[in-house]
Ligand binder design. Structure first.
Ligand code: ACO
Length: 330
């Protein structure tokens, strides 16, 4: 019988070695450890050196995920790389495919900012549910230190670099119990890493716009308001779909943007603090990588156990947001 259920069977993560703490950061911009920790919960973040590429980080995390799932790169049918900061605008998933030697796999990038991992999870699940693919590698990776304005204290204190990965496999039991994805482009202007063209006349009357991407801009207050309102809604909807109540969740695994957002969402949903997974103190906001890194750490520490029920939610630029309820393991 064809297996059309989904199981998340392996995880991995990779972080650059270089760490930047709040104290040192306050020598670059006018800020303080006290301001950053009380407003965000972040104490330090990792930074990728120029020699470190997104595909290297992604491949490292992937190797761990593949071996913990007990398969080999040759078994992978599909690779989805959720990122907003690829090494190559044409996509970096194929570079990861090559580094892994996953010769059978088709590979592509998916862009949904800090919601990328949850959007990728649901995308991967569709291929398995339709019986098209059996083994999918999903990577969330970002190096936003390359796109932050290091003179803008409102944004540079928030972000860090890293990669996380999971393997999804066709399974008899379906461990993806429910999901909800949302987008609202009318609020796009609250969080951007936008291309700014400058007009160049190629031929008389023919102008092209060759420019560069501008550093991240953000309206922090609006993004905060959006996250705290919208994230509980999608978790509620996904739980309804899963036919579960809030008290049946073992772990709340939110995109690691800000401790205050994590606390406020947990409070609105009536989820006690001991069920909230948080590692942002060490890594800051690693965008698409934050959920799989936190998941991998919790699995390796034995915090998350097989068949624990996890409510994961991503939110960020687009604006995009979404939740997925799943059980860990086969
Ligand atoms: N250090 C010291 N002071 C600062 C800093 C800093 N790093 N940043 C801002 N300030 C100052 C401001 O200039 C302001 O001063 P003023 O009153 O004299 O003008 C004061 O602190 C308060 O600034 P606010 O922006 O009002 O601070 P707020 O309490 O809203 O906290 C924060 C800012 C932490 C960014 C908050 O709004 C937040 O967490 N928003 C959500 C952001 C987020 O999670 N974004 C990522 C989304 S995911 C993605 O897709 C990338």
């Amino acid at each position: 019988m064809q297996k059309l259920g989904i199981a998340i069977t392996g995880s991995g993560s990779a972080l650059p070695e270089t760490s930047l703490d709040n104290q040192t950061l306050s020598t670059l911009v006018e800020t303080s450890d006290e301001w950053i920790t009380t407003r965000t919960g972040i104490c330090q973040r990792r930074l990728a050196m120029p020699s470190e590429s997104l595909s290297n980080l992604g491949a490292k995390a992937s190797m761990q995920a593949i071996s913990s799932a007990g398969i080999t790169p040759a078994d992978i049918d599909l690779i989805i790389l959720a990122t907003s900061s690829p090494d190559d605008l044409f996509g970096s998933a194929c570079q990861i495919q090559a580094q892994l030697g996953a010769t059978k796999a088709v590979a592509f990038d998916l862009t949904a900012a800090c919601s990328g991992f949850v959007f990728g999870l649901v995308t991967a699940a569709q291929y398995i549910r339709t019986g098209v693919y059996q083994n999918v590698l999903l990577i969330g990776a970002d190096i936003l230190s390359r796109w932050v304005d290091w003179q803008d204290r409102r944004t540079c204190v928030l972000f860090g670099d890293g990669a996380g990965a999971v393997v999804l496999q066709a399974n008899e039991s379906d461990r993806l119990l429910g999901f909800t994805l949302k987008s609202d482009g009318t609020q796009n202007h609250y969080l951007n890493l936008a291309y700014q063209p400058s007009s160049q006349e190629l031929l008389p009357g023919v102008n092209i716009g060759q420019g560069t991407y501008q550093p991240i801009t953000m309206n922090g207050k609006e993004v905060y308001r959006f996250a705290v309102q919208r994230v509980p809604e999608v978790i509620d909807k996904a739980l309804f779909q899963a036919n579960l109540t809030v008290d049946q969740i073992d772990w709340l695994l939110l995109h690691q943007a800000n401790q205050r957002i994590l606390d406020a969402v947990a409070q609105r949903l009536n989820i006690p603090q001991h069920k909230v997974i948080s590692n942002l103190a060490n890594y800051g906001n690693t965008s698409a990588a934050s959920i799989p890194i936190a998941l991998d750490e919790a699995v390796r520490q034995g915090t998350i156990q097989p068949h624990d029920t996890i409510a994961a939610a991503g939110f960020g630029a687009g604006l995009t947001w979404g939740a997925a309820i799943f059980q860990w393991g086969r």
